[in-house]
Write a protein that binds this ligand. Sequence first.
Ligand SMILES: *[C@@H]1O[C@H](CO)[C@@H](O)[C@H](O)[C@H]1NC(C)=O
Length: 789
Amino acid sequence: MAMNLRYLLLFSLCLGLLDVLIRVRPDVLIFVGASSVPHACSPPHASFKFCDSSLPVKDRVNDLVSMLTLEEKVMQLVNKAAGIPRLGIPPYEWWGEALHGVSNGGPSTTFGGSVPGATSFPQVILSAASFNVSLWKAIGQVVSTEARAMYNEGLSGLTFWSPNINIYRDPRWGRGQETPGEDPLLSSEYAINFVRGLQDVDGSSSNRIKVAACCKHYTAYDLENWQGVDRFHFDAKVTQQDLGDTYQPPFKNCIVNGNAACVMCSYNRVNGVPSCVDKNLLTGTVREQWGLNGYVVSDCDSVEVLYDDVHYTQSPLDAVADSILAGLNINCGNFLASYTAKAVAQGKLSEKEVDESLSNAYTVLMRLGYFDGNPLSQEHFGMLSASDVCTVEHRKLALDASRQGIVLLKNSPTHGLPLSHTTTKTLAVIGPNADASTTMIGNYAGIPCKYTTPLEGLASYGAKVVYEPGCTDVACTSSKMIDAAVKTAVLADAVVLIMGLDQSQEREGFDRSSLSLPGHQIDLIMQVASSSRGRNKPISLVIMSGGPVDVGFAVNLPEISSILWVGYPGEAGGQAIAEIIFGDHHPGGRLPMSWYPESYTEIPMTDMHMRPDPSRGYPGRTYRFYNKGDAIYEFGHGLSFTTFFHRKLSAPFEIALHEKQNINSLQTSNHGEEFLLEKVDCASSSFNLRTVVKNKGNRKGDHVVMAFWHASKEHISNGAPKKQLMAFRRILGLDPEQETEVLFNLNVCEHLSYVGNNGRKLLGIGVQKITIGDVEHHVHVHHRRSLNL
Ligand SMILES: *[C@@H]1O[C@H](CO)[C@@H](O)[C@H](O)[C@H]1NC(C)=O
């Protein structure tokens, strides 16, 4: 987000003036707390029809829009909406961020005074690793409660541009950390649950919303800057096939099943057209097909970018007109305020189209209760205040989220984790992330309630902790401090190496060019490891990072007894790490993205194809398609301190597909037989999958059950994924010998389908494999023409 400084300055001056004008009115001083902030529909401006909360939202919006002049309207189409002083409507700042906690990354939110900080959850990629849908919803609920409390305190707005649900296509992407990973089903479930946590009032979807979420960045946005190609200029060449079953599903689910009140169009072009002026994408798909009840916002300055930087339109007027006509409603930036009136005057768009944009935006504010007067007097959230931020329960949830997400990648049965409380007298804690604080909260964070660093967490366990950073920072450009670290390690009973990345290595605007640990980090690890060769000393390698790193060097190194990936684990991350290392919590997280060797970086980051292309040696992307077979750890990998076994209980051996109409729409190609999904009666193609999970080890443990679909070879050669997550469920703490049954309700159309190269959904006919852990099941999908329609 690169705001134009000129406009920022201009606008803050205007806002300052309005503030003073409104502030001298005696009526707004009645309420304490939020009193310094004026509210729409407060006396003496409360008697307008649009202020009457008993009327339908639509009527109120129409009334409000009908009272405005064109000049007034265009000033509301930008993130710093000017407000309408004559109607008592104060300026509104649309831009807020709440990716994993209320953040001050957007101008609507300020920390200080009554709210010095807010609960800072793990960066999204780690929460995703929990595979726990109720956790994602619970996080959303806490974030929206804290946001409402801050709104009541005059410290925040009600519209937030989160979550980021772009598919994590390439491990180098600097913003992969913000996303739920590489799988469309996982990303969709994350989106639905987090958005509903943010938005739902009283736990249900309704017209009334708690705060407004925003699904971003629509669409096919997952590159910051690779070899001089930046996100502003990048033209993502995406096939209809990949759009259909990879790039679009998270957005569709975010809107259709999450009911998100907003979509943000991205900076990049999609097949030549900047997404913010793509009428097919914005109006055709988002508004008409998916039924968005809300507003479309641009990324910050992306309308300006598509004119100024990309020269996609001939004039700023065209950029503005084209984007509004395509379906854009609010512009982060100032282009729409500056040029829309002129564009209307020149006939490039009509005032009616401006009204439509504004109506979509105002509908969201109405649903938020923004036009219901002072928030402190409002029914649902008026009681929330500073004391509802950083509560004990909220901070516990932040801790629980990092516990649930942390992934055990490797563990030695003889001298691995957990460490013994009693025999670990001296613990060496080494590495540039050992004393991490801000690093733990990643990007799009706020100010946390309180940090517990890894060092603090580990020190609380009673062993004598000796700390050596080994490098001055994660870049680790010098090897000078390695000797001291090795000496410390030699004298300790156990060693914890806390290595990895931070925002200097991966961030917005900055992709990695290497998957290796930076600088001398590997030297440090190897020297510590070799210093204890043959001693069976526990040496844990902890990787704190958003994106995956090439840990291939450590996977088979016997001296490294365990490897943990801890993401950016949030404000309480240090405690969660320590609890897992000492066995007070048993890890159950699974990787939401695959980990590859450094050689992966030979693939051009700009190649958006998900499917492999053997003719040019292109291996494809993610566990669903990548065919080189050299992933270090694949999507879904994660160990436990105990051992789980799956047993198949029941699953169908054959599934008959019924056609909707009594015509034979079976297609036969050299790839085998397949059905166009649109011709199949999907309602009759559901089936149940039952499995039993048993803890056969001798420790308690959480477990994630994952069911995968494996298409047949013929269909894979026609573009079906070689492996595809169909369903998952996290199971809470099973004791040794305890077992539990898991039931998945599945549907062939939804879970055993893929998109063909013409962009239409296909169902493969024939024998297909389903796996849950080690359990394999074969199901024969065949067709039976229905006799009656
Ligand atoms: C999922 O997360 C919620 C919220 O933290 C927690 O109460 C629940 O026990 C978790 N479920 C599992 C199966 O771990």
